[in-house]
Ligand binder design. Structure first.
Ligand code: ADP
Ligand code: MG
Ligand code: MG
Length: 659
């Protein structure tokens, strides 16, 4: 989850003193990067995914599932293998927030060949196999890509069991999530403590509990180790959470793409932003927290709340005295502004920004839209700083810039090239919840990356007012949003007077685009179901998949890849139509149909064990799950088709992509 530096972390009091220094030099570092690389052009598409896994121990005798805290130990072994690998290793591993989490990525990025789409799932399988090979089956250890562990923060949810109360949890002061479950790298504990100290109180997350027929009304918990702060903070009829671990201890699925230049990166950033809520709803996989069924299906608001370091003044609860700004959102949330001139008219949220920084960026030649974006990110303080990393060479390093940039955890991230590296301008798509199987995760990744190609080829336009994207983000998290929700979406996404070959339909909406463009914007978009957005409306919006299929007709693609891509598109289509379940719906159904479920919203240890066991079997392919993915199956391959592979190696022996 961002920049990792080794060294001595500073306390919040110390970090705060350096906040202006970090911002000042961070902005200088950005300006230096911009000046050097703004005209960088001709980078090719490279892209990669990130999957986060949870280590789990299934105890068959006691019928319990626990999160194993041996992530660091496993990571060390994975890194050792990577170092000692004689060839380029096909996978890379990184630490994540919790000591039961690990993040896996491909060893090198994928490239612009269609065949790369067929390697994603195989590479994900390889990652999972590598991880599993280091776990002890006899002890019931396994790795599951749960978005949220169903009993995260319930009594004794870790292995080994550790003491958990506000006194021992000196970083978080949590009642539920032990500091011992935070990754031992000093960055993570420091972030936890500094966020709490900056805020002036523990983070506070209240998520509506799912009201089943026997759920107490009001649903009100008493916490045996509770403190006054928690008693006041916990709301009736809500599941209360009090720690960074409840959000950052969730897993997700992210994708990063390199654009050919800065303008294309800005364009993709804008175009993908309205798709964030759509893919949040489609990937919904997080309906249970602290052992209770929630009335939401996604992790988003939980994770936003879990790192909400805003003071009372910044949250608008007290008049501004010591702080500079009232800030409407947590540093983890959806983006607040588009970056391209075409999208400017849709920037309808008041952007809180640091005027001096904005001016400094504009004086350095950065255009106003981009300057405003960074001046908005830089309203935040650094929340983790290492004493060895305070005085830097702003020409050669970018740690201060990355410090602020990488702790603005937004739905999209615009990533400038690191100094002195061959990497170009990139964009990261960050809303997606992680799925149980490699097939599903590959499907979501391939869908989004393929969509970026279609956006660029057909010059698609998904822009709607950014405030509407925010409305959609809230809609997306509601229970069963994929079937019940309605989302603001453009009626026409093709440019005026253009239609793609495969779509001979007349285009009445194209007319309305030019007709209403500018003056009457509300006519450009309407509310649609996810099914309509993905699969199209009769006589109206053609649907994303039809556009993607048109594109696929125009490109050269080998049979196996075509088949796999088709299966991936089908999965998304069937999730959108409700024919297949989202993971969240499936988990809900599993709990509600469990013989031990008492219709009281409680996901007991035993139910959680069965759910975890079945999830593990589904992941490993031991058990089929037609409700989740039907009979779909890909023809994924570990490498590119042999002819392509050979040609590529010959042309570029120092290839820097996976082949
Ligand atoms: P984060 O910023 O989220 O820590 P990273 O930048 O480390 O993520 O990597 C995210 C993904 O980007 C990985 O899947 C990696 O394979 C991929 N990646 C690496 N190099 C490039 C590149 N030049 N262009 C696009 N993606 C890349
Ligand atoms: Mg991560
Ligand atoms: Mg990432």
């Amino acid at each position: 989850m961002g920049l990792l530096s080794l060294g001595s972390p500073l306390s919040w009091e110390e970090t705060k003193k350096w906040a202006d220094h970090v911002r000042k030099h961070g902005i200088q570092q950005l300006i230096n990067i911009y000046r050097r690389l703004k005209d960088r052009h001709g980078d090719v598409l490279k892209w990669g995914d990130e999957v986060e896994y949870m280590l789990v121990v299934l105890d068959e005798n006691n019928r319990t599932a626990r999160l194993s805290l041996k992530g660091n130990q496993v990571l060390e072994q994975l890194e050792k293998r990577e170092r000692e690998s004689p060839n380029d290793p096909p996978t890379t591993w990184r630490p994540e927030y919790a000591s039961y989490m690990i993040e896996g990525t491909p060893g090198k990025p994928y490239g612009g060949l269609m065949g790369h789409f067929n390697m994603v799932e195989s590479n994900m399988r390889l990652r999972r196999e590598e991880l599993l090979s280091l776990l002890d089956r006899e002890l019931g250890e396994t790795a599951i890509s749960f978005t949220v562990f169903p009993r995260l923060g319930s009594p004794a949810f870790t292995d080994p069991q550790v003491e958990c109360n506000p006194t021992v949890n000196t970083a978080s002061r949590s009642l539920f999530f032990p500091d011992a479950a935070i990754n031992h790298h000093p960055r993570f504990r420091t972030l936890t403590r500094n966020i709490r100290e900056r805020r002036g109180e523990k983070v506070c997350i209240n998520i509506p509990v799912f009201q089943d027929k026997n759920t107490p009304k009001p649903f009100r918990e008493t916490f045996s180790n509770g403190d006054e702060e928690s008693r006041k903070a916990a709301k009736d009829d809500h599941i209360y959470m009090d720690c960074m671990g409840f959000g950052m201890g969730c897993s997700c699925l992210q994708m990063t793409f390199q654009a050919c230049n800065i303008d294309e990166a800005r364009h993709l950033y804008d175009q993908l932003a309205p798709l964030c809520p759509i893919f949040l709803a489609l990937s919904a996989a997080a309906p249970v927290y602290r052992g209770y069924l929630a009335d939401v299906d996604c992790r988003w608001n939980i994770i936003a709340g879990s790192v909400d370091c805003r003071t009372r003044e910044e949250r608008g609860l007290e008049p501004l005295k010591d702080d500079k700004f009232v800030i409407p959102k947590s540093r983890y949330d959806s983006i607040d502004c588009y970056l391209t001139p075409e999208a400017q008219k849709y920037n309808d949220i008041d952007l809180v920004l640091d005027q001096d920084i904005c001016q400094q960026l504009e004086d350095a030649g950065i255009d106003r839209l981009l300057a405003r974006h960074f001046a908005h990110l830089f309203i935040r303080d650094p929340i983790s700083l290492f004493s060895e990393k305070i005085h830097l060479n702003d020409d050669e390093e970018s740690d201060h810039f990355e410090n602020i940039q990488s702790t603005n955890w937004q739905s999209m991230r615009f990533k400038p090239p690191p100094p002195n590296s061959p990497i170009g301008w990139r964009v990261e798509f960050r809303p997606t919840e992680v799925q149980l199987t490699d097939f599903e995760n590959a499907a979501y990744v391939v869908f989004i990356v393929l969509l970026t190609r279609v956006i660029l080829s057909y010059n698609l336009n998904f822009l709607i007012p950014i405030s509407k994207v925010d409305e959609n983000m809230q809609e997306a998290q509601k229970r069963d949003a994929v079937r019940q929700g309605l989302f603001w979406f453009r009626k026409e996404v093709l440019p005026p007077n253009e239609c793609c070959e495969e779509d001979p339909k007349p285009k009445p909406a194209a007319k309305s685009y030019s007709q209403y463009n500018g003056s009457c914007q509300q006519e450009e978009y309407t509310k649609m179901s996810i099914n309509e957005i993905i699969n199209g409306q009769a006589g109206g919006f053609q649907g994303l998949v039809s556009l993607m299929n048109s594109y696929l007709e125009t490109v050269e693609i080998d049979v196996d890849t075509r088949c796999s891509v088709q299966q991936y598109l089908r999965l998304i289509q069937k999730r959108a139509s409700g024919e297949l379940m989202t993971t969240a719906r499936w988990i809900r159904a599993f709990v509600q149909n469990h013989p031990k479920y008492k219709y009281d919203s409680v996901v007991s240890d035993e139910i959680a064990y069965d759910l975890t066991k079945v999830s593990d079997e589904i992941t490993k392919g031991i058990r089929s799950c037609p409700e989740l993915f039907g009979m779909l199956n890909s023809r994924t391959k570990v490498s590119l088709p042999p002819v392509v592979h050979k040609k590529l190696r010959k042309e570029n022996p120092d290839h820097d992509i996976l082949t």
